[in-house]
Each structure stands twice: as C-alpha cells, then as structure tokens.
Design a protein around this ligand. Sequence first.
Ligand SMILES: *[C@@H]1O[C@H](CO)[C@@H](O)[C@H](O)[C@H]1NC(C)=O
Ligand SMILES: *[C@@H]1O[C@H](CO)[C@@H](O)[C@H](O)[C@H]1NC(C)=O
Length: 325
Amino acid sequence: MKSFIVFATTILVVNALTDLDHWHSFKAKHLKVYKNIVEEKQRFNIFQTNLRIIEEHNIKYNQGSTGYYMGVNAFSDLTPEEFRTIFLRKQVFKPDAEKNIKYATSHLRVPESVDWRDHGAVTEVKNQGNCVSGWAFSSTGALEGQYKILNNISVSLSEQQLIDCSTVYDNEGCSGGLIKLAFKYLRDNGLQAEADYPYIGQDGQCQYVESKLVVPMLFTTVLIEELNENALVHGIASLGPVSLFINAEGIQNYAGGVYDDSEKCDNSKDSLNHGVLAVGYNITGNYFIIKNSWGESWGENGYIRMVKGVNICGISLVGSVPIIV
Ligand SMILES: *[C@@H]1O[C@H](CO)[C@@H](O)[C@H](O)[C@H]1NC(C)=O
Ligand SMILES: *[C@@H]1O[C@H](CO)[C@@H](O)[C@H](O)[C@H]1NC(C)=O
C-alpha cells in the first residue's frame, strides 16, 4: 500500500516523467560523465534518493508549509555527506586581535528593501567548482560592491589570487579559508581583476603582478560580528553587499522561494561552513538576498533568498565589509 502511494505521488509531482528521463536530462544539462557503469549505477541510485527528497519537500511547499522549493541541480548525484565534504568546510573563528571597526547599528530608518544588483554593484554569478573557495568568492563579491559604489566601475575581481596568495595569511586555498584573512591579505596586497588572474578552481602558485592591481591596498574592514539581523540589515543598506559565513548544509537541493528550514542547518558559530554574499533584503517579504558561487543553474539564477528573523543557518553571526579608503 505504502509503495503504491509513493508511486502515485511521484506521477503527480513529476508529470509522468520517469526517474530515467530526469537522469538523462540531468546528465546532459550538467555534463556528467561517469567512470564506468558501476559508478553510474551508484550515482543514479543517489539521484533517485534525491528525487524522492525533492518530491516530498515540494508537496509540503505546495501545501504552503514551507517557503521554498527544491529541484534537480548539479549536486543531485551527491549524498548530503559528499556534498558537505566537497563544498563546505567548518572554520574556526578565533577572537580577533585586529582592530576592526565594529559596525554600530544606527537608529536611522532603513529602506523597506535593498537590492544592490539594481545598482550594478553585483557581478555575474560565478562557479567555484570542486574547490572549497566560497570564502574567496564572498570576499571578491563584497569588494566588487565597494569598488562600484566608490568608483562607479563594475569589475569582476580575482578569487584565484586569494586562493593562491592568501595562504601566507593562514588561508588554505581550495581547502577553505576565512573572509577576514582574505581582507587582511587584500589590505596589504591589493587585488587583480578576474580577467588578469582567472579562476582555475585548484590550488596554484601565487603569481600576482603588482602593476595589474585593480583594487589597491589600504582599506579597513568593517566587521559585523556577533551581531543581530538588525545590524546586518543596516550594514547592507548603508555599506553595500556584506560578506557572510553560513551553514550551507540545508541548501543542496534549494531551487527557489524563501529558504526557511532551520532544522536542516545548525545556526551556531561552530557550524558555519560556507562563504556567501548578502546583496539585499526585503522587510515585507521577510528575507535576505544571498549571492552564492555555485553557478547560475543553482537556486534562483545562482541566488538564494533566506528568511529573516531567526538567524537562519547562522546568517547573522559573522559578517564583514571591506571599506576602500
Ligand atoms: C555611472 O556609470 C554609468 C555607466 O557607466 C553612467 O551612466 C552613470 O552616469 C555613472 N554615474 C555617476 C554618478 O557618475
Ligand atoms: C518585497 O516582498 C514583497 C512581499 O513578498 C513583495 O511584494 C515585493 O515586491 C518585494 N519587493 C521587492 C523590491 O522585490
């Protein structure tokens, strides 16, 4: 009986497409190639498990009991454990000896909504590939925002330089890193454009060329740490896109809507494992707009909206903005 119900629901949700149909279009869309038939079978089994998770979740979405829906994406042939291992890395946030400016929330009223994409302050969505470099994409994103706000020039900046070169500031390239260490590196060294120092998605030799720097050294980092969401809202409104760490364990299958599943991601500081960029918020809609670095085919064209008000996935625990002076 049970299997009949599941079967019936499947038909309903997937519009009579079989798992194999989904599998074939998934492989074609994401250019998936497997070593051999054994691996392909194993990946297909995982894919089917994910399809069931997606379908069950979307029933809840259609019933209105959750604000977001799931879908097949480039990660649909991975188990949650594999996903975590490949893309996420927990970081240790040590107390900071640095004199960073603490962001003080003012009593000024903030706009009802802000979206820095409307001001050209956000570059295209990028794709980190199989490299734990969300921290680098978050850092370049915040700096791209500041550069546009300050100079009215939109330029895509180099994550690869951060991956290759900020290791001397204790970052670990494709094994993970901290945004504040990236900013520390940038403050002392400056940053090249994406075009001059392109992304390869693996650890490499530091090869930056000083004469090609776009963003010069010397800026201060405004830390929005140990904050609350109010400070995050004010930071986004008054400073620009904000670099954040979140716990990204719950968003593997996210496809759209307002993510609100606090059970799928711990929101303690110890659990933060992925760098992202807050580019806006909407008070009436009760969400933050977050730019990710998993390509445009993930989420809402590469973005995720996350619910405001519950420190979802630790969103408001560690934030920073690099201020160019
Ligand atoms: C910013 O640049 C855009 C296009 O490059 C231009 O149309 C606009 O007038 C500039 N804004 C200011 C304030 O200079
Ligand atoms: C903010 O959210 C509300 C409610 O979902 C929506 O009606 C409105 O269009 C949103 N504002 C913007 C600027 O997107």
